[in-house]
Design a protein around this ligand. Structure first.
Ligand code: GLC
Ligand code: CA
Length: 515
């Protein structure tokens, strides 16, 4: 386990939208380098950068055309190597995004695979045996290549599935996972990883990590075996490299596949979605809404068993948002966000903050861009100040990659820096607290102390610290003995009695035993 993860706090950067230094309207590596001190000052000591490789950008770069070359829009490979170095100089780590399940239809491997004559790449992708032979139960495309077969898709039409084999082969064209050509796919992906790790990258966020082996069994044995093989390589050759999976099943991802971390993602109706994004049901009972009705058990019932089952092996990670999800500001006020972040940043595992959430950037209603569809509105340019284009770029406004939030009260870093009580300064204070208190870090103990359905506050223990929070508009108390404890950190107020903790509306307290 890479030691640096224990106190890591990640900042996800959608590189198109962070900071543009050459005035072409799109963010770049030099822009990220210029902002490293800002990110470090926030308390984030690690980055995850969305795919920044050469791509036709039909899915914002998740359609990779060349795994070893960066997209010219962001700069050169040398610029990215410099970014790794500049981050390391500041004690920061950088994860790239690895897209192992599919490539762009313009990748050279796929061009070769489409040829009628058999070659080294014929089996790099999943093809049926005949151009009129469909792939039952799988999305596929036919009629676009010289080769007489249809090929399987992993996501959009532009993303043919790489071939890691089938756990259970049912048709002649389905190869077993130990077929030399399927092993060659895995080895090619390890080669890509080594390439970036050798140039200073610190690991990967792994896209659709559970998607590799087709017709896999329920516990994903085939896919897990591939990742365990990758983990062995890392342990041997790059023991400080970290891997976080986009899987949303930590018992599989961490315990069986060997990922160091797995994301708890927003899937409609799951435990995580009840915290901030309960609006899909029509009636929004999100736990962190002032009027949400406050039921933390909807989250804990799913979270706790997963946490307990995986904590010895890795970290189950909570995030504010990501590039696929509506920003939390969509339905939460700044005050609600403060309590939300206070919770997310004092939980076990490694927290992830999506760029712009630290100032409460809005979700914007926008037409789709580069395969974003409804995700586009969470991908807009970072709002640095009240100057032209919110300080994101000096180019003409109509040449921006995506429009900036033009509303009169659009939040910005510059404005929030000046306001002691701003969301930005609250995030800084919370992350500073996390770095100071080992008990709050990734593997500090967690236990729910008072967590009653429909009752508040929610009280939990992290090692020697007792934490109480109240997202509601009422004053609430819990029968928790906290005598002898004093307030170490607070948002809003509360009192600690002999036999109860009382919290004012929308407040958060961290209590320590008096030193
Ligand atoms: C993941 C990414 C998403 C992308 C998809 C296909 O879910 O987070 O942005 O479109 O995979 O690669
Ligand atoms: Ca640029």
């Amino acid at each position: 386990m890479p030691k640096w993860l224990k106190d890591a706090v990640f900042y996800e950067i959608y590189p198109q939208s962070y900071y543009d230094t050459n005035e072409d309207g799109i963010g770049d590596f030099n822009g990220i380098i210029e902002k490293l001190d800002y990110i470090k000052g926030l308390g984030c000591n690690a980055l995850w950068i969305n795919p920044c490789y050469d791509s036709p950008f039909k899915d914002a770069g998740y359609d990779v055309r060349d795994y070893k070359k960066v997209a010219p829009r962001y700069g050169t490979n040398q610029d990215l190597y410099r970014l790794f170095g500049e981050a390391h100089n500041r004690g920061m780590h950088v994860l790239l995004d690895l897209v192992p399940g599919h490539t762009s239809e313009e990748h050279e491997w796929f061009r070769e695979s489409q040829k009628a004559e058999k070659n080294k790449y014929s089996n790099r992708y999943v093809w049926s045996g005949h151009c009129f032979e469909p792939m039952k139960g799988y999305p596929y495309i036919g009629g676009e290549s010289e080769r007489a077969g249809v090929y399987m898709l992993n996501f959009f039409k532009c993303q043919p599935a790489l071939n890691y084999g089938f756990q259970k082969c049912e048709e002649a064209w389905q190869l077993p996972t130990d077929h030399p050509d399927c092993i060659a796919t895995r080895e090619a992906m390890k080669d890509v990883m080594r390439f970036w790790l050798d140039h200073g990258c610190d690991g990967f966020r792994v896209d659709m990590a559970s998607s590799l082996v087709k017709n896999d069994d329920e516990v994903k044995s085939g896919t897990c075996a591939i990742w365990r093989n990758v983990r062995e390589m890392l342990d041997e050759e790059y023991p400080e490299a970290a891997m976080v999976s986009e899987w949303n099943d930590p018992q599989r991802a961490i315990n069986s596949a060997g990922f160091h971390m797995d994301f708890y993602l927003n899937w409609s109706g799951n435990g995580y979605s009840t915290l901030m994004r309960d609006y899909e049901s029509g009636e929004d009972r999100s736990f962190f809404r002032k009027d949400g009705g406050g039921d933390i058990t909807r989250f804990l019932d799913e979270y706790v068993p997963n946490y307990l089952a995986t904590r010895e092996n890795g970290y189950y990670c909570l995030l504010t948002c990501n590039h696929d999800t509506l920003r939390p500001k969509y339905n939460l006020s700044d005050r609600e966000l403060k309590i939300t972040y206070a919770f997310l940043f004092t939980m076990p595992g490694v927290p992830f903050l999506y760029y712009g959430d630290e100032i409460g950037m809005r979700y914007l209603q926008l037409p789709t861009k580069e395969g974003g569809y409804q995700r586009t509105g969470s991908r807009t340019p970072m709002q640095w100040n009240d100057k032209k284009n919110a300080g994101f770029s000096k180019c003409p406004a109509d040449a921006l990659y995506l429009p900036v939030d033009g509303s009169a009260d659009a939040p910005s870093v510059a404005a929030q820096e000046k306001a002691p009580d701003s969301l930005l300064n609250t995030v800084r204070a919370l992350l500073a607290l996390r770095h100071e208190e080992e008990d709050l870090q990734a593997d500090g103990e967690f236990e729910a102390v008072y967590a009653e359905s429909g009752k508040l506050p929610f009280v939990y223990r992290r090692g020697g610290l007792l934490i109480a929070l109240n997202p509601s508009g009422e004053t609430v108390s819990a029968p928790v003995a906290a005598a002898g404890r004093t307030v170490r950190f607070s948002i809003g107020g509360g009192t600690v009695g002999e036999t109860a903790i009382t919290l004012e509306p929308q407040s958060f307290l961290v209590l320590q035993v008096t030193p």
